[in-house]
Write a new protein. Structure first.
Length: 455
């Protein structure tokens, strides 16, 4: 429906337009997109059309080239308008109305050039949010006001054009990442980790643009399954609670698609973007494998219907991205003499193990930090800890410093603790001057004794 509308608008624009992209677009019938897979050329046209038509929500950029020089197109989709009422700095398009940083979701497709359904799923996710926004769908509007989607639909454009798994150097790009590279029985991992321009560009984007992503999905085709880390080891990942929660929730609400750790669910594999995304970047990651019945083309079934269930799983993962990390809320923090007691709730579905409280003076000099504590996923902790070396100052402030997930590589965050939940026990206030008063009394008595001795 949305596409038809766009096509009609474009047709009317065509009368005055001289853009070759628009001309080519109008010449492309709907069936090319709905019943056939994208080539690099048709994808390039579609992405540029989106960027031209919806600049309010679509940023299109080139984040590298394939080995043969084709562009790696990156779609960034969010509501980029600056809604910030707080007169915030440039870049406020990355923030929500309440001043919090938007959630970030990273998606790629097309590592393997012959896995067209997976690549199309990445395209359909982008299309769902762009057309949904254009059609005024509330779910989509809400998501794009709070979330940035970064989608690289076709990583291996050279392989896609040749319809092969490999890139032009005959490398399996999904064995070429810098996480235990070439330590499994895998074929064609390349001459070194990130030897290929495609994987190198992808890792640079992860590290430089979306290091704070709270979801990374890489899309493939073969076995109908979703795979979470690890591929390298049979053991469950450190954040198994989060992965198991997602598995159970998807099964209860959306789809029966099997969801397993990659090593056991498929076979041991190393140097994958999924294990890199989790083990090095600390993201929650899934390899989303569509089924392998991708060559049944020319049927009446549209791709958007064909992959409807998979798209529903993606909508769920994106809509709930706020929960795919630890979310500590300090309910109260009470300072009682040389002890601190605190009540901390974790609203997220990931646990955190190495949290600390920090105390700063008004110039942000760190004056004190607590010992470590942990809070399990969707749980709460009542913490009691030593505060012997803590001395309060005027206008000091508190933060809680923790990792978003348990895995070592996961990002650290530091969040302010609302002043209103800090309780300085009045008894300790009265008690605090007492030692010096006591010392004063002793010195008076000592002085009296001394005088007496003199007398
Ligand atoms: Zn694949």
């Amino acid at each position: 429906m949305g596409r038809l509308l766009v096509a009609m608008i474009l047709t009317s624009l065509l009368i005055t337009s001289t853009s070759p992209i628009v001309t080519a677009q109008v010449g492309q019938p709907d069936i090319v997109q709905e019943h056939w897979y994208h080539t690099y050329a048709t994808l390039t046209l579609d992405l540029n059309e989106w960027a031209d038509d919806y600049p309010e929500i679509v940023n299109l950029s080139v984040v590298g080239q394939t080995e043969m020089g084709r562009n790696l197109w990156m779609l960034q989709i969010s509501d980029w308008n600056c809604f910030d009422l707080l007169n915030s700095s440039p870049g406020c398009e990355h923030y929500k109305l309440d001043g919090e940083r938007k959630e970030v979701v990273y998606i790629d497709g097309g590592h393997h050039g012959n896995e067209h359904l997976g690549t199309e799923l990445a395209f359909l996710v982008a299309e769902y949010y762009i057309e949904g926004w254009a059609n005024g769908e509330q779910e989509v509007i809400d998501v794009l006001m709070s979330t940035e989607l970064h989608i690289l639909i076709m990583l291996n454009a050279d392989g896609n054009d040749f319809d092969t798994r490999w890139n032009v150097n005959q490398v399996d790009l999904n064995r070429n990442y810098g996480h235990y590279w070439n330590t499994c029985d895998s074929t064609q991992p390349g001459s070194a980790a990130f030897s290929e321009s495609e994987t190198l560009a992808n890792s640079i984007y992860m590290n430089e643009v979306v290091p704070h992503a709270d979801l990374y999905i890489t899309m493939h085709t073969g076995v109908w399954i979703m795979l979470y880390p690890w591929g390298k080891w049979p053991e469950q990942p450190s954040d198994w609670e989060m992965f198991h929660f997602i598995r159970d929730d998807v099964h209860a609400k959306i789809s029966d698609i099997p969801i397993r750790n990659a090593n056991q669910g498929l076979y041991p594999n190393c140097g994958t973007s999924r294990d890199y995304g989790y083990g090095v970047m600390g993201y929650p990651t899934f390899t989303f494998e569509t089924d392998d019945e991708q060559f049944l083309l020319g049927t009446v079934e549209a791709l958007s219907d064909r992959l409807g269930e998979e798209l529903d799983v993606m909508r769920y993962l994106i809509q709930d991205v706020w929960y795919w990390r630890a979310r500590l809320i300090v309910e109260n923090l009470e300072i009682k003499g040389e002890q601190i007691s605190a009540h901390v709730t974790n609203l997220g579905h990931a646990s955190t193990a190495n949290a600390t409280f920090h105390y700063y003076d008004m110039n942000s000099n760190l004056l004190w930090h607590s010992e470590n504590f942990g809070v399990n996923a969707t749980n709460e902790s009542k913490i009691s800890m030593d505060a012997t070396n803590l001395s309060l100052v005027n206008d000091g402030f508190w933060t809680v410093h923790y990792q978003k997930r348990v895995i070592d590589s996961s990002q650290w965050v530091e969040e302010h603790i609302n002043q209103s939940v800090i309780i300085v026990n009045p008894a300790s206030k009265v008690f605090l001057p007492a030692p010096s008063l006591f010392i004063y009394l002793i010195s008076v008595i000592t002085a009296a004794i001394a005088r007496k001795n003199i007398l």
